[in-house]
Design a binder for this molecule. Structure first.
Ligand code: AGP
Length: 609
């Protein structure tokens, strides 16, 4: 998630730009830049790395301009570098733009612009917007911006500056946050309230489709058709710390609620327009390549490992390729049977986990083909793997991984479909049906997030238990493992996940009166078996909370409580059942007064063995 700032007024814009970007550093970034109107020209300075590198480049520059824009980049398209940092300009430096989000149709637009003589210098999707503005500008800045917005598809917040219009900034919002701060003879633009809260608490919170025309002494909001919008101001009452969390109490809750957008972003550009196939431009695999692979390893740690277990199901079921999943700390010392006919997929949110990186290096030493699935562009794991596919979850700040997990599941599902397309192991109608269901997942996650009260109640009721069990079969078992980890790592409750068919082989001895058991029962193919396991634990007077798909009327006949998630294909339902488990862990940790975002003994990225 990138950081955006803009200023227009009577003071030195560069002071606000750097201060505002500093306030947005918590969001995570890999490069930064500013553009300042100096006299008749726009001065642009950018730097890969931390803000200090940018400040170092600026320290000998005299910048008195009173209008400017700035950006901290979280790379999605194009590695972190000076050139790929924002702001981006057109061929002649007449227009500059900063952007947060993804321009889904940037490639065809870029090809057309190059064919018409435009020269590109970066690998980013954003630079396309600056050249489109150049091409569509006929003297009216607002009209040109509206025309550009009609040409681009995707999610974005954008701020534009024009050399010929030095008295105005124009901003546009589509699925990425953007606020306008209202000052006296000065106005501010930012992707997030923390950047402006020290200057003003009066704001316009832009909605999708709205365009801001920001001058130092006026702000006009219009829609895409140019019609004026009578916008209500929003007075910010949050303190700075609360503002960083977007009004949520913790980053973890903010990130749980960001999952619909993170999943939608990660899917974007990867589903064909006709909805009939998956597109993974990052891979140019063909049948010959897949036929040469006789074994696939998925290697990861923690939550990423749990995503790998789901990925195994997907690839074996859909692409009919043999998959083994292992935790990186075991795999790397096991002298694994790996050769040039092995594909090793490593999954890592941070891209810096030491064990996973070591497993990747060992796999390459043994001659394996390697693919990384990671959330951080330019990370060590991204750079070491032959192929890399990125989740586009945006920075994940909380130690407990949530939106990274669901975006990893989405990518594993799309990878399995992509492989099945190549292998011819999925009928076209089934492929289209699964893609249609896949596209509904973001809205279904939102629906699941819309009713948290029952989960809060359970967390308060059972949050003081010292032992909790999670049970499930098939994909429900994979999600049970993730649910147990979430509860353990942030509430410090001892939680164990068990394949429910395995309980009677020992663990059932621990299931006694009053022990909370979370039973996932969404996998239709093993539903009856799961139901009998649930009856086993009920017969020992456990307190059982069921997780079921809407429409299941059987489970509530036997259970104390049932949490329902929207029904979908049993392959996709892990993306929904994990959400109540994330929330259960979160509210249990709150009940116990734990430090949710920074749990004891844990680090966000485990860069040591
Ligand atoms: C997840 O909630 C944990 N914080 C932890 O297990 C994490 O998933 C693991 O350390 C792997 O991290 P990575 O995805 O950055 O490699």
């Amino acid at each position: 998630m990138c950081g955006i700032v803009g200023y227009i007024g009577e003071k030195k814009t560069v002071d606000f730009l750097l201060d505002g970007l500093t306030k947005l550093e918590y969001r995570g970034y890999d490069s930064a830049g500013v553009a300042v109107m100096e006299g008749k020209n726009i001065f642009v300075e950018k730097s890969v790395g931390r803000l200090d590198s940018l400040k170092e480049k600026l320290k000998n520059k005299t910048l008195n301009g009173v209008i400017g824009i700035g950006h901290t980049r979280w790379a999605t398209h194009g590695r972190p570098s000076d050139v790929n940092a924002h702001p981006h300009t057109d061929c002649h430096g007449n227009f500059v733009v900063v952007h947060n989000g993804i321009i889904e149709n940037y490639m065809p637009l870029k090809e057309g612009l190059i064919a018409r003589g435009h020269k590109f210098i970066s690998e980013t999707d954003t630079e396309v917007v600056a050249h489109l503005l150049e091409e569509n500008y006929t003297g009216d800045f607002v009209d040109a911006v509206r025309k550009v917005l009609s040409l681009i598809e995707g999610s974005y917040s954008l701020v534009f500056m024009s050399r010929e219009n030095p008295d105005v900034l124009i901003c546009a919002k589509q699925e990425n946050p953007l606020v306008i701060g209202l000052g006296k003879d000065e106005n501010f633009i930012a992707s997030d309230i923390p950047a402006i809260i020290s200057r003003t608490r009066n704001t316009y919170i832009l909605n999708d489709g709205e365009i801001g025309i920001v001058k130092k002494d006026s702000v006009k909001i219009i829609d895409r058709q140019g019609n004026a919008i009578d916008k209500k101001t929003f007075h910010v009452t949050w303190n700075a710390e609360a503002a960083e969390k977007g009004g949520y109490e913790h980053f973890m809750l903010k990130e749980i609620n960001e999952q619909p957008k993170a999943v939608r972003d990660t899917m974007s550009k990867r589903i064909a327009k006709d909805g009939a196939s998956i597109i993974l431009d990052e891979l140019n695999w063909d049948k010959k390549f897949l036929d040469s692979i006789n074994k696939i390893y998925i290697v990861a740690c923690g939550t990423a490992y749990h995503a790998g277990l789901v990925g195994k199901f997907y690839i074996e079921k859909l692409a009919r390729k043999l998959v083994e999943v292992d935790v990186a700390s075991e795999y790397r010392y096991r002298n694994p049977i790996v050769d040039e006919n092995t594909l090793v997929i490593v999954i890592s949110q941070s891209g810096e986990t030491s064990d996973t990186l070591a497993a990747l290096k060992e796999s390459r030493r043994l001659g394996a083909k390697t693919l990384a699935i990671t959330n951080v562009v330019g990370s060590s794991i991204a750079r070491q793997a032959e192929n890399v596919i990125h989740t586009w979850a945006g920075p994940e700040i909380a130690v407990a991984s949530t939106k990274a997990y669901t975006t990893q599941l989405i990518l594993m599902f799309m990878l399995a479909l992509y492989m099945a397309q190549i292998n011819g192991t999925i009928p076209a109608d089934r492929l289209k049906e699964l893609i249609c269901k896949l596209k509904k997942i973001p809205a279904q996650i939102s629906e699941t997030l819309s009713d948290v009260d029952p989960i809060k109640t359970f967390a308060r009721q059972y949050g003081f238990n010292e032992d909790v069990f999670y049970i499930g079969r098939s994909l429900d078992y994979c999600v049970a493992l993730e649910g147990a980890l979430k509860l353990k790592e942030i509430s410090y409750i001892h939680a164990e996940a068990y394949a429910s068919g395995e309980l009677k082989h020992g663990t059932l001895a621990l299931i006694v009166e009053g022990v909370p058991v979370i039973a996932l029962a969404t996998q239709k193919s093993v539903y009856e078996k799961t139901l009998s396991n649930i009856k086993e634990v009920k017969a020992r007077d456990a307190i059982v909370i069921g997780i079921a798909a809407t429409g299941d009327t059987e489970l509530e006949k036997y259970l104390d409580h049932v949490i329902y998630v929207p029904d979908t294909d049993e392959l996709l339902i892990p993306l929904l059942t994990v959400v109540p488990l994330q929330l259960l862990a979160y509210y249990a940790a709150i009940t116990r007064g734990c430090d949710v975002d920074k749990p004891r003994n844990l680090a966000k990225s485990v860069t040591v063995e």
